[in-house]
Ligand binder design. Structure first.
Ligand SMILES: Cc1cc2nc3c(=O)[nH]c(=O)nc-3n(C[C@H](O)[C@H](O)[C@H](O)COP(=O)(O)OP(=O)(O)OC[C@H]3O[C@@H](n4cnc5c(N)ncnc54)[C@H](O)[C@@H]3O)c2cc1C
Length: 466
């Protein structure tokens, strides 16, 4: 980053003043269409999820013209809202909560979307993930003391809150598998809490501690105390619908990049297949916010370093859905545990939990795996998990209908501890601004929308002035 830590804190609102988000759409300066039908912009933003949408709106406020290329038919990425056709009620089955901090509050105020404090109350039934039997004598450890100790360890690594600017050498504690870190520092009691918050991280105990601490960091601890926020209208996608309306023709939905040429003297050329045919974008800069896996960057003119770095990423898998008429009581959360597994974590692939939605007859199910699975296999395992509840006599559960189901895979992108030690993230950081290209999104920070917005915010001045 070019910004000093002080400037960064000021921008994210942790200092004296918070970033001033505009309240109206800025004119997209220089957003004329080229004579031959080319789309001419300052910045081509690839991906319209948390990072891409935030960047596009803010770059326009900074006087930059943008175009967003999004492969889905909507903006929002992992933010996904199911609308029950029977009641009209909504369920956020993807992103649920954000940090209570100035940048987040101003971002939602900007779109006139009221926030409320999120609540996670309700009765929880712990169930053996193998048999579906209730485990009435299981009580999760009280994490309070261990969380305080965990916080002290986090304080040793303050840079984890902002991207991957790791010191050289990288502290060996950050490279330990998290299970070993927990053993070494007597942190057993935090594991169930970290596991639930870190849904989607794959095999939590084997992940290098770096990734766990980035995901379950000090601002998460702060928000566990003061309370996270969510939307009062229980429709987190409203943000992205409003952003899409504001961005108008500057969003290309259902579109994919077929080729890029970033070598041009004055601009990069990005060719995109859209529902209206192939379009050519000429942009001075490209901001990539999609998961930077080689398979997802097909058509990009990657150079040797980019190919070498992105080729090292591996990913976990995360799935979500809505169960209809499962027989599980409306107000009950079912949480799966292992009887003989370390820290009683359920084995993955498997169901994390089945949670009430506030709509009668509907529950939200979350499923994780260290590697991608076929959607059919995941759906079958979800149904089997519910069936076992009935067969074991735990609940009057019956194999439910999946009212909706979505794969949020690839999820967490990680590299090996050896690669981190060898300077992977230093080299990844060196890609910012190279080849007219900048990067944001979860792979460049962590799977946390609030922190991704912060990270993106710190990057914007560099993009705007490049
Ligand atoms: C079930 C679930 C629950 C979660 N809950 C929370 C939560 O409560 N709070 C929280 O802060 N975070 C939560 N997260 C984490 C969330 O993933 C991140 O906060 C955030 O969405 C990541 O932002 P991003 O921009 O990196 O990725 P995304 O939001 O996924 O955006 C990437 C976008 O790029 C698009 N894309 C991908 N490949 C291409 C391509 N080749 N071409 C064009 N477009 C492409 C995608 O369609 C997507 O729109 C949750 C995630 C999941 C899956």
């Amino acid at each position: 980053m070019n910004l000093s830590r002080k400037e960064m804190l000021r921008l994210i609102g942790a200092g004296a003043g918070a970033v001033a988000l505009g309240s109206a759409a800025s004119p997209a300066a220089g957003s004329e269409t080229g004579g031959r039908g080319d789309i001419v912009r300052d910045v081509a933003v690839i991906g319209g999820g948390a990072a891409g949408t935030y960047a596009a709106i803010r770059l326009r406020e900074l006087g930059q013209s943008v175009v967003v290329v999004e492969r889905n038919g909507r903006l929002g990425g992992h933010t996904q809202t199911y609308t029950d056709p029977a009641t009209g009620g909504t369920v956020d089955i993807g992103v649920v909560v954000w940090h209570d901090q100035p940048l987040v509050r101003q971002w939602f105020e900007r779109f006139d979307i009221p926030l409320r404090k999120a609540s996670f109350g309700g009765e929880t039934l712990y169930v053996d993930h193998r048999t579906g039997r209730a485990v009435p004598d299981y009580t999760p450890p009280n994490p309070a003391a261990a969380l305080a100790l965990y916080g002290e360890h986090l304080a040793r690594f303050p840079y984890l809150e902002y991207g991957f600017e790791l010191p050289d050498p990288v502290p060996t504690d950050l490279l330990l598998p998290f299970g070993e870190f927990v053993r070494r520092y007597d942190l057993d009691a935090v594991v169930p809490t970290v596991f639930q918050f870190g849904q989607g991280l794959g095999d939590l105990l084997r992940q290098p501690t770096l990734y766990v601490m980035k995901n379950f960091g000090s601002d998460i601890l702060r928000n566990l105390q003061i309370g996270f926020v969510s939307t009062s209208r229980r429709d987190n996608s409203e943000l992205y619908r409003k952003a899409r309306t504001e961005l108008g023709d500057d969003v290309l939905l259902n579109s994919r990049v077929v080729s890029t040429d970033r070598d041009g003297a004055r601009h990069a050329t990005v060719r995109v297949d859209t529902p209206a045919g192939r379009r050519t974008i000429r942009a001075r800069k490209v901001l990539v916010t999609i998961p930077p896996l080689l398979g997802n960057l097909d058509g990009f003119d990657l150079d040797g370093l980019e190919r070498h770095l992105f080729g090292q990423f591996r990913n976990s898998a995360y799935y979500t859905g809505v169960l209809r008429d499962s027989g599980i009581p409306d107000s009950l959360q079912v949480r799966y545990i292992g009887l003989d597994t370390p820290h009683h974590l359920p084995e993955l692939p498997g169901v994390y939990n089945i949670a009430p939605t506030g709509i009668p007859g509907l529950h939200n199910v979350k499923f994780g795996s260290p590697v991608a699975l076929s959607e059919r296999a995941v759906q079958a395992e979800i149904r089997a998990s519910v069936r076992r509840l009935g067969e074991a006599g735990t609940l009057p559960a019956t194999p439910p209908e999946l009212a909706t189901f979505a794969s949020h895979t690839p999820f967490e992108l990680t590299v090996s501890a050896e690669a981190v030690r060898a300077g992977f993230y230093r080299r990844l950081g060196s890609l910012q601004g190279r080849n007219r290209t900048f990067y944001s999104g979860a792979a460049f920070h962590t799977h946390d929308s609030s922190l991704i917005w912060q990270f993106t915010e710190t990057l914007l001045p560099r993009i705007a002035t490049a």
